[in-house]
Design a protein around this ligand. Structure first.
Ligand SMILES: [Ca+2]
Ligand SMILES: [Ca+2]
Length: 334
């Protein structure tokens, strides 16, 4: 598999967060080009994990302008996705409902430990069902299902102390719009319920998903990488495990870290460093000589070596590849 250098930079950076391994300095920008007129990307998601609905919008790169509020970025995301919403005006943005296509066909799958709390605290009755009306018209709104439900915004896994109109978007930060159904954010693990709800054993408490979300956003921004994952059974199963774990509200930090690291390792171990024909992890003059010998028909490279030899990805291995790799090995090109 070939991964572009930019993705590698992100994956190595992510690996660094987890393992503190010494890795080559990689200071390249991320995979998608920042669109004309924008200053960078934030990661944004819209999700209802306590209900088992996963994501309305999976963690995604959204371009932003320097100085813009999170409310303004949110509006751009919703408009581009063609989703209607209610939030009042942009200066006092308060998200109360969002269009969730096919919501009427979804059945909540609340994790058992959370459902126990809902039942004990009169949000759900095993015979009567939900305490409050279920959504109508495919709009997921504050006050659906339970008296306490509503949309909350977190920046890097912490509920923002002020509304989205007052939060300035920051490059690379992860903004999550989350539908909470219990305890003013207890269910999403980001609140103690303001002391108004009984404590319970909560696997979600304090769990951070920002690193995992950034990796998912990176994958979603790279169609080639998605194809690679889809066409490789082992990689796809590792990816699925990763997705199912981060999308489940009851996952612990250990579980999320484990699947994230497994995905990163699978992607990195599958990676071919273009030009590294002898597969020793670096590009040297001997790689260039191997390419030259292959081009001259003196040897026949195969497998990963053959893939790595076509440095300019022209589909043919010739003297141009050998010269390019030589220049790289001498530090004259990259
Ligand atoms: Ca080499
Ligand atoms: Ca070539």
């Amino acid at each position: 598999m070939k991964l572009c250098k930019k993705l590698m930079a992100v994956l190595f950076a992510a690996a660094l967060l987890f393992t503190l391994l010494a890795v080559p300095a990689a200071a390249e920008s991320r995979t998608p080009e920042v669109p004309e007129g924008y200053d960078g990307f934030v990661v944004m998601s819209v999700e209802a994990l306590p209900l088992g609905f996963d994501y309305l919008i999976m963690p995604t790169y959204v371009p932003f302008h320097e100085g813009e509020s999170v409310a303004e970025v949110t509006v751009r995301l919703f408009e581009e996705a063609g989703l209607s919403y209610s939030a009042g005006d942009i200066e006092s943005f308060n998200l109360t409902s969002v269009e969730w296509p096919y919501l009427d066909m979804l059945t909540p799958r609340v994790p058992d430990y959370l459902m126990e709390q809902l039942i004990e605290n009169y949000c759900y009755d095993e015979e009567e069902g939900w305490d409050q009306p279920e959504p109508t018209g495919n709009m997921l709104a504050a006050g659906n299902y339970t008296y306490y439900s509503g949309w909350m915004i977190a920046e890097n896994d912490e509920i923002t102390p002020v509304g989205a109109a007052e939060v300035t978007a920051v490059e690379g930060n992860v903004y999550r719009w989350m539908y909470s159904i219990y305890g003013y954010g207890m269910d999403i693990g980001m609140s103690d319920g303001w002391g108004m709800f009984p404590e319970f054993e909560n696997p979600a408490m304090g769990v951070q998903r920002s690193d995992a979300y950034t990796i998912l956003a990176e994958i979603l921004s790279d169609p080639d990488l998605q194809n690679t994952i889809l066409n490789d059974d082992e990689l796809y199963s590792i990816y699925s495990e990763f997705y199912n774990t981060i999308a489940y509200q009851g996952s612990t930090q250990e579980e999320i870290d484990a699947v994230t690291m497994a995905l990163i390792e699978a992607l990195i171990s599958d990676w071919t460093l273009m030009g590294d024909v002898d597969l020793d992890g670096e590009i040297t003059i001997s790689d260039s000589l191997l390419i030259m010998r292959h081009a001259m028909g003196l040897i026949a490279l195969d497998g990963d070596a053959l893939e790595a030899a076509d440095y300019d990805e022209s589909g043919e291995i010739d003297v141009t590849d050998a010269l390019l790799v030589m220049r790289v090995s001498m530090g004259l090109a990259d």
